[in-house]
Unconditional design. Structure first.
Length: 364
């Protein structure tokens, strides 16, 4: 039995995601760039990373969070453009204002992505599909970038759907089609299922959500802890989370669970550069009214004990600052590490306190 995500009301949720947003803004402002593979990011000689790239660049294997030097090896003709955050934020604000023409239930996830709940909207004859089509057309006409959208009865399915007809398309999952759709969905498409969890599921003979539905809730909790409940719900298409128009992010982090334990402190330090590149890449998509106050590290040892250590933010998020707190945190357990994560904590720009505005496109 598959639940569409709300036992009392069928909701109409749209997930909107701009197509290669930063690159799209640059190509809008300089149409000649449309003929070339382009990337937005820092310089290769200063350990820069790719924030995003257009689809021509992706054909060469260039991806977000990739070191710029590696991207240039894959695509020697890649045009690397330093980011202009003020320009991207201006475009983002215009897009968000368009969303509010259709509903006041808008939950921004980043500069280029948001959930909309249009359940109560009377526009476009109350059709979420037509509302999404109109929003996409208006954004392209007024802002000059394209948007892909997913339409579904809940947030999880809407987000999955928005990836299925990119770029500049949309995909609809109706309540009647949820059961068929979810059964065929690979479990690796479930948010939170990373490489290690996916490998564990594969060892259990689980490739699709239909495979996962064969397991009882207690079995999944025994195997995956509290995440087992999330797996149980999502593989059935259940997601009761509301679109939260007042949602405010308190932190942002990246973490990785390793298939083989990190044996010592040096092994942990060796994993920090890739984690930091991913963290910087994600931070570029955060609204400008979030200011960073602290940075932190999280370690889960092989005995499943967890320690977290934080310190005041250092300007530019230098690798050395994370190395220092990693060494201090590791000493608390001094044993092999199963999971390593790093992150930052935010305050709103209007709140008092020491905060730092990051410039993350070109870092030494």
């Amino acid at each position: 039995m598959v639940d569409t995500g709300n036992s009392t009301e069928l909701r109409k949720i749209i997930h909107c995601d701009c197509d290669c947003f930063y690159a799209a803004v640059e190509m809008r402002d300089d149409p000649s760039l449309q003929a070339y593979p382009i990337a937005i990011g820092g310089k290769s000689d200063r350990r820069g990373v790719v924030a995003t790239c257009n689809y021509k660049a992706r054909e060469y294997g260039v991806r977000s969070a990739m070191p710029t030097g590696q991207a240039l090896k894959l695509c020697p003709d890649l045009v690397v453009i330093p980011g202009t955050m003020a320009k991207y934020r201006e475009a983002s604000l215009k897009i968000r204002q368009i969303f509010y023409r259709y509903t006041d239930k808008v939950e921004p996830l980043s500069l280029d992505e948001a959930y909309l709940d249009v359940t109560d909207s009377k526009l476009c004859s109350g059709s979420a599909t037509l509302i999404a089509e109109e929003i996409r057309a208006v954004i392209e006409a007024e802002v000059g970038v394209t948007v892909s959208a997913g339409i579904a009865p809940n947030k999880f399915l809407a987000k999955v759907a928005s990836d299925l007809n990119k770029p500049n398309g949309q995909f609809v999952i109706t309540p009647q089609n949820v059961a068929t759709f979810i059964e065929q969905l690979p479990v690796k498409r479930i948010n939170g299922v990373g490489k290690v969890t996916n490998e564990k599921l594969l060892r259990m003979g689980i490739k699709t959500c239909a495979d996962l539905q064969r397991f009882e809730l207690i079995d999944l909790i025994n195997k995956f802890g509290v995440f087992g409940k999330r797996l149980y719900d999502l593989c059935r298409g259940v997601d009761n989370r509301p679109v939260n128009a007042n949602s405010r992010r308190k932190s942002l982090s990246v973490e990785h669970t390793y298939s083989g334990d990190l044996s010592d402190q040096q092994a942990c330090l060796g994993k920090l550069p890739e984690l930091l590149m991913e963290l910087r890449s994600r931070l570029r998509r955060v609204d400008s009214d979030y200011l960073v106050t602290k940075q932190f590290i999280k370690i889960k040892f092989n005995d499943f004990s967890i320690t977290t250590l934080e310190r005041a933010m250092e300007k530019g998020l230098p690798l050395e600052s994370f190395e220092t707190i990693c060494q201090q945190a590791w000493q608390r357990g001094a044993r092999p590490v199963r999971l390593l994560g790093i992150g930052v904590r935010f305050i709103d720009a209007g709140e008092p306190g020491r905060a730092i505005q990051l410039d993350l496109f070109d870092k030494t």
